[in-house]
Ligand binder design. Structure first.
Ligand SMILES: Nc1ncnc2c1ncn2[C@@H]1O[C@H](COP(=O)(O)OP(=O)(O)O)[C@@H](O)[C@H]1O
Ligand SMILES: [Mg+2]
Length: 355
């Protein structure tokens, strides 16, 4: 899969314009704070409907404007249009047809984004690791996305109800409806996550061994908060505690993934280098899983990651991504000499203008 053109209007500090991309490696080159990450974000929004940095929609609209648009056209003539409005809902059109659900976006533009934050997924909290799973699974399956939406909707409603019960404005008896909904949607999410982690374990394990010259082993283990069959019972049992804390104590919103390097928990005992290597293996595995499942090469968005890796890891990453379309950021002239393939397209980014 390749992006043919990216057209941005009113997006952060980027100047309005249409940019044709090269099928191979595209380099966004420039000093800090010029708009390189913003450009990657524009592409990522067309892939997943949201920012890879976790920014709110309104933050992606230029400060002085009330709306922004991004349009991406791929080589298979898919046209994705995203329209963000200050104070309004975001709208999405695929091939000029407006979509009702954001979930319809997933799978049209497959991307894998690598940032320094991604290389810290092992060190960070479980929320980041769940996000890692979810963003991948959403790209692989729109059903997964709709299950997630339903689950989180039920979770919000249950938490609202807990608050009302605490304030004696609602009855305990109504909680069971949400407990059962959380169990039903949660079980479907559980099954997908379990399958994904098993795949990740196989592929990332193999990649990690190769990257470390077989000096290290990596296992990726899904750590669900509860077995699906126990969820409802445990929610019922925790009723009083949940009301006191106004929060839901059991469910897939508390799942985690464990990374085991050489038989120890990498999050707790791994060196920074080991944690980055394990994260790199997981990200490369993510790319591989998309390739296998969708039969298409995802587009790779590399934001300042090369500088975070040692020379061997840099080599490995650059070798692994050949054959895919890549959009990557680089800052110094030195980096261009070191990392840019001879046939790369270099785009200079300065104060939001890309040339
Ligand atoms: N909503 C916005 N409107 C206008 N400018 C913005 C907006 N959001 C961020 N910026 C500007 O974008 C620049 C940062 O761009 P970024 O792509 O993160 O830089 P880098 O080239 O280092 O990756 C900063 O100058 C910031 O002020
Ligand atoms: Mg940046």
């Amino acid at each position: 899969m390749r992006i043919h053109t990216v057209c941005v209007t009113g997006f952060r500090n980027l100047q309005d314009g249409e940019h044709e991309l090269f099928p191979g490696v595209n380099i966004l080159f420039g000093d800090n704070a010029q708009g390189k990450t913003n450009f990657l974000e524009a592409v990522y929004v067309c892939s997943t409907g949201r920012s890879q940095r976790g920014s709110a929609d309104r933050e992606m609209i230029n400060h002085d404007l009330s709306e922004s648009r991004v349009r991406v056209e791929t080589d298979d003539s898919t046209l994705i249009d995203i329209h963000l409005q200050r104070g309004g809902k975001k709208s999405v059109a695929i091939n000029h047809l407006p979509t009702k659900r954001l979930g319809d976006l997933f799978g049209n533009l497959l991307t894998v984004s690598f940032s320094p934050e991604d290389l810290r997924i092992i060190k960070q909290g479980p929320k980041e690791r769940r996000r890692f799973m979810d963003m991948e699974l959403c790209q692989l399956s729109r059903i997964y996305y709709s299950e997630l939406l339903s689950y989180y909707r039920a979770l919000r409603q249950r938490n609202n109800l807990l608050r009302q019960i605490k304030q004696e404005r609602a009855e305990r008896a109504t909680l069971f409806i949400w407990n059962s909904q959380l169990a039903t949607h949660g079980a479907k999410i559980f099954a997908r996550r379990k399958e994904f982690c098993e795949l990740l374990n196989n592929i990332a394990g193999r990649l990690h061994a190769a990257i470390t010259n077989h000096n290290e082993s990596l296992q990726v283990i899904y750590k669900p908060d509860a077995a699906p069959n126990d969820v409802e019972e445990r929610l019922n049992a925790n009723t009083e505690r949940d009301i006191t804390r106004v929060s839901t104590s059991v469910g897939i919103h508390r799942d985690d993934i464990e990374f085991i390097v050489n038989d120890t928990n990498c999050r707790v005992y791994g060196s920074q280098g080991q944690q980055r290597t394990a994260a790199l293996s997981a990200k490369l595995a993510e790319m591989e899983i998309i390739k296998q499942t969708k039969n298409k090469n995802p587009i790779l968005l590399l934001d300042d990651v090369l500088s975070e890796l040692d020379i061997n890891r840099q080599r490995y990453l650059l070798d692994s991504i050949s054959g895919s379309q890549v959009i990557m950021t680089l800052t110094g002239m030195e980096d261009i000499k070191r990392f840019a393939p001879a046939d790369a397209r270099i785009m200079a980014v300065k104060q939001g203008s890309i040339t």
